[in-house]
Design a protein around this ligand. Structure first.
Ligand code: X90
Length: 278
């Protein structure tokens, strides 16, 4: 029996995946005052409050090769999903770790998938991997299946501030400024290249939610699985869930709090929506 493991980084907001061997390599949030390691011990709500009061410089760091190797452990087959390689070094580090792992253990296999996304879209990919592992599919069949699946999932975000994204060079200052106006929420998506693409600017929470539902439909959502992570904004996440259930009947919609990395960038009030495109 081969020992299989599913591995991701902490941007997936997933600490545990039921029924499989699983590990999450933490990213780190760094301020002049302290460092927040995005693992199970992080008090996310406290970090978000700290950051609201903090006006100095802040940044993030992705897992290094050593942290990825630690997450791979001693599994014979590793399935690894990372945050978009176009905004983070996490994917590159995982690819190097995979090379090292294969060199050290020529009989072992590692598959690294660049999600071209983050948060709840990664959660969908991890759940798909879990199902494939449970079905005891072949290694290569699993790689093909999750790659094909990832082309049929999407991510839409609603942000009340893009300050941290702009300060860390992940969006242009111009884009961030438009989203930073009081009461304006920026609605956008993970582009095909794994970057932020703006779709709409909405005044007020209701209009933003309506825009999300409209954009999901425009991108092919038809009642499939949806994962919603929020930064201290469960009310908005649940309102979205209600709207989706009213429109699509028995859709599988799950709502949960974002962990550290996504909370840092999506900022207080932010919503991330991962969904299947039909
Ligand atoms: O390597 C690092 O330090 C991490 C850098 C991550 C930068 C982007 C994180 C975005 C988090 C914001 C909205 C969703 C954007 C989706 C784009 C693909 C969440």
């Amino acid at each position: 029996m081969s020992v299989r493991k599913i591995v991701t980084d902490s941007s997936a907001d997933t600490l545990l995946l039921e029924g499989v061997d699983f590990a999450s390599a933490p990213l780190t949030i760094v301020t002049a005052e302290r460092e927040y390691v995005d693992d199970a011990t992080l008090d996310v709500a406290q970090m978000v409050e700290d950051l609201l009061k903090y006006s100095g410089k802040s940044s993030t760091a992705c897992p290094g090769v050593g942290e990825w190797l630690a997450a791979f452990g001693d599994a014979e087959e590793v399935f690894c999903v990372t945050i978009t390689g176009n905004l983070s070094g996490s994917y590159n580090a995982a690819v190097i770790a995979a090379q090292d792992y294969r060199e050290a253990h020529p009989d072992r296999r590692v598959f690294v998938l660049d999600s071209l996304s983050t948060g709840p879209e990664m959660r969908l990919l991890l759940e798909r991997l879990r199902d494939d592992v449970a079905a005891e599919m072949d290694f290569e069949a699993i790689c093909d299946d999750v790659s094909a699946y990832s082309a049929k999932t999407g991510l839409i975000f609603v942000l009340e501030s893009m300050k941290n994204l702009a300060n860390n060079g992940r969006v242009s200052k111009l884009v961030a400024k438009a989203a930073g106006l009081l009461g304006i929420r920026a609605v956008g998506k993970a582009s095909d290249h794994g970057t932020l693409e703006m779709l709409d600017k909405c005044r007020g929470a209701k209009k933003a939610l309506a825009a999300v539902v409209e954009q999901m439909a425009a991108q092919g959502y038809g009642g499939g699985a949806v994962r919603v992570s929020h930064v201290g904004n469960e009310a908005a996440a649940l309102a979205l869930k209600e709207t989706l259930l009213a429109r699509y009947g028995d859709a599988d919609v799950q709502v949960y709090g974002a962990r550290g990395l996504c909370s840092f960038y999506a900022e207080k009030g932010g919503l991330l929506v991962g969904f299947e495109k039909g």
